[in-house]
Design a protein around this ligand. Sequence first.
Ligand SMILES: [Zn+2]
Length: 254
Amino acid sequence: MKPVPDHAVNRLRAWRKSISTRPFLARGGTLARCPACQLREDWCACEWRPELKAEAGFCLLMYDSEPMKPSNTGRLIADVLPDTTWAFLWSRTQPHPELLALLADPVWQPYVVFPACEKEPARLTGEVTLAPGKKPLFILLDGTWPEARKMFNMSPYLDGFPVLAIKPDALSTYGMRVANCDEHLCTAEVAACVLEVAGELQAGQALQLWFNLFSRRYMAGRVSRSPGDDEHHLQQALAFINQGGQDQLTDSAD
Ligand SMILES: [Zn+2]
């Protein structure tokens, strides 16, 4: 087991835990989990955790207890891009001052990532077009689908930003595959897709691979079967990234 990485989501989880009045009971809460990857201890995947740098930034708005859920995949984004991922608990009326400062920082060009925007179609875009000198900051609403919709509709401080719509059926275009996450993509998969749209191919692929390895082991843990041999190619691809390899990863994202 490796040490817990010091990044925005893990710091937010520690803080959220510290203000809880009752212990958080995760599904499968009796399992001994690795404190870093949150998988069953004996299936810890930390040795394959990729860590990269990217121009793109991510701002995670997390709903209430979301940072404490072992199944949360927003954490995987911070695992891969610890230097450019921020995480805040969502509040309708009292957004964190650091969140507002981040959104106002002229270095960044914020996009709210959300599947649809029926009310204001003029805000919708399918591409990332940056003004000179700007870097993209992708705001992700991390919670269940109803929670994400609530955050989208009830955050006045996000109203001025364009909405980047990612459609699951566009994923095949980017060589990705929708995993076992109901009808909607998990937060990490959305982020992987957004990275590819923004031209950050290696970071997008690393995140998709890390998510695939995590989700396979997580799902296997829920039904108590072993992760299986079919994840060998994921481990190999992640090991390759961790050794600094690039450009040769094409068909290994599933
Ligand atoms: Zn681990």
